[in-house]
Ligand binder design. Structure first.
Ligand code: ZN
Length: 324
């Protein structure tokens, strides 16, 4: 399987390279921003993506960029591909039509089966920007809660993105022929639109942005206590799962635990700020440096946002903390 995959990947990479070289040879614009109706084939290399077979017929496209991304062509988030006996599920088609086309091209290198569903693990643009390509092909795109309303209102830079066409608000089983994928709601990252996907026969959990592996998490829409609660539950329910996070490398329960530990630490910090009666400005000034424990993490540019979120949610909160 691995050898066949390698050959297919080499063929795909050669095709992608040709697609990149040909426009250069005929002198087309090299600016990576392209017209929406003329998506070009983006290579794994320019997208900064790596295809990994996490389990049989279960793949992750892992994004390597830091944030903000070095190039508009670079995928910011991870994507997923689950191949069943008669069809395929695509998870999080990246932030652009080009990257969605790369996702489709990748599926074609892996199987002849059609894409039956697309899942948005939440509404953020780095996971939903490629939706339009699938909706145009009348492939159902699944999302949760008020995701359509958020995207239609342009919340958080989602202007112009095509919203999901099917709303899933409770645990739902998708069947790809005889392969089950369980869609479950979780909370805390994205204001009521978070979903995870679990493939029972492969024990693979796609967590979306419930997990940022070795990356500072984006907390701009968060409820950090709900997020911790959902992580506790995922750790308890899926202790043996291989975990494909929304950002960062494939991990396992240790990645869920590390995310949980980060928020516990952040909450403890915030309760100390509260005890010291610090203002938000004092916190942002005194704790601006990313602690050594997280010095190897990417996305450090959003660390101060974490301080702000923790300050707002914990020091002002009257709720008894989860972590004393
Ligand atoms: Zn994300």
């Amino acid at each position: 399987m691995l050898k066949r995959l390698k050959i297919r990947l080499i063929v795909a990479m050669v095709l992608a390279a040709i697609a990149t070289i040909v426009p250069i040879a005929i002198g087309q614009n090299l600016n990576p921003v392209v017209a929406q109706d003329a998506p070009k084939v983006t290579s794994f290399q320019s997208a900064g993506l790596q295809l990994q077979e996490v389990a049989s017929g279960t793949y992750a496209l892992i994004a390597s960029t830091d944030f903000p991304p070095a190039s508009p062509a670079a995928a910011i988030a991870n994507g997923g591909i689950v191949i069943g006996s008669d069809s395929v599920l695509v998870i999080d088609p990246f932030q652009s039509a080009d990257l969605a086309e790369l996702m489709i091209a990748t599926v074609k290198t892996l199987t002849d089966k059609p894409i039956r569903y697309v899942l948005n693990t939440h509404y953020h643009s780095d996971h939903t920007g490629g939706n339009s390509v699938f909706v145009k092909q009348e492939i159902p795109v699944l999302g949760r809660g008020v995701i359509r309303e958020y995207i239609q209102s342009g919340k958080n830079n989602t202007n112009g993105i095509t919203p999901p066409t099917v709303i899933v608000n409770s645990q739902t089983d998708l069947w790809l022929g005889d392969r089950q994928v369980r869609i479950e709601r979780v909370d805390g990252h994205s204001a009521g639109t978070d979903l995870v996907a679990y493939v029972p026969d492969a024990k693979v959990l796609f967590t979306g942005d419930m997990v940022f592996n070795k990356r500072i998490p984006y907390t701009g829409d968060s409820d950090l206590r709900q997020w911790q609660g959902s992580l506790y539950r995922l750790i308890a329910v899926y202790p043996e799962a291989k975990v494909v996070p929304g950002h960062g490398d494939v991990t396992d329960v240790s990645g869920l635990q590390a995310q949980q530990a980060y928020f516990s630490w952040l909450e403890r910090q915030a309760l100390e700020w509260k005890a010291q009666v610090l203002t938000k400005e004092q916190v942002l000034e005194r704790f601006a440096k990313v602690p050594d424990a997280y010095k190897d993490y990417k996305f450090k540019g959003i660390y101060s946002l974490n301080l702000e979120s923790a300050y707002e949610q914990f020091t002002r909160s009257k709720i008894i903390p989860l972590i004393p």
